[in-house]
Design a protein around this ligand. Sequence first.
Ligand code: PLP
Length: 359
Amino acid sequence: MEIELRLLSEESRKAPDFDKLVFGKVFTPHMFIMEFSWERGWHSSRIVPFSNLELHPAAIVLHYAQTVFEGLKAYYGVDEKIRLFRPWDNAERLNRSAERLCMPTLDPEFVLKAIKTLVWIDREWIPKQKGAALYIRPFIIGTEGSLGVKPSHEYLFIIILCPVGAYYEEGFNPIKIYVTEEYVRAFPGGTGDVKAGGNYAASLKAQETAKKLGYTQILWLDGIERKYIEEVGTMNIFFVFKNEIVTPALTGSILPGITRDSVLKLAQFLGYNAVERRISIEEVIEGLKKGELTECFGTGTAAVISPVGKIYYRGKEHIINQGKTGPIAKKFFDYLTGLQYGELEDPFGWAITLEDLEI
Ligand SMILES: *Cc1c(COP(=O)(O)O)cnc(C)c1O
């Protein structure tokens, strides 16, 4: 399928000063949009000036949250090449999310073609300093105007782009996380393992509670026993014990992060003993008390690696590695960002330049 281009003039797409970027508030001049109807399938793909959408007030997405999304980044490398990190995995996950919500899937090759074309058109908007990047947000929404609860017959697939600043301008800043036993994010059979908008709506209340108490993110426990660790806010989580690096196994209610998978594979490559298994909050607290748990960090596209310095659980605050970033978190961070910015040789074939993305 061809992508129709309706672009702004060169002068009207000047990039701003990238010094003070608040995440997700600044958008590039263009967006990609494509429509779906039962009769025609996916059609009318185009790149147009960034603008508001016109939606039927009864659009299914507005009432019943039929929406899924992805998040990845384009990085400006030290060799001046633009790279994407494992973008095929995002395209595949978008389809898994879409299927779970009874939405039409997309040809992954076409998704990548749309991303590549849009990023290239707005390439001036990719910040050049290390750590900064262009955040790419593809999403699908059910747009049919109908208050009946059923899958929409009409959809939009849209891609928007945001320049984002370096997450760690003043070095790593370990976060404080709050273990909630009151709220749960997901449960077996639910939608916790796909990137559905509704998961986030359901998590806001707990997130706000944590924020009020001075914590950055919620650490979610499993939805049944409220005992086993699942993930943190928008990240997967890892614990470093004396003899192993542990992340919760994907039991169906955890989002299978691409950064999580990259850390697991990288750990193996670097010779660490990295395992996926169930891990209870009690085991974590015990590990901290005995001094056997030395590091904890979150993984996700936004921050890559986010060290955790404090955990609040049942009225007590537990300090990890004296609230500082540990060497293993630092090592993964340096390695992954090294690949993303083209500083390191990539033995995995994860960081792909736009020109090498053959579609
Ligand atoms: C997107 C997301 C992650 C991280 O996934 P990455 O592919 O590593 O960016 C983790 N947890 C949740 C709930 C998410 O939505």
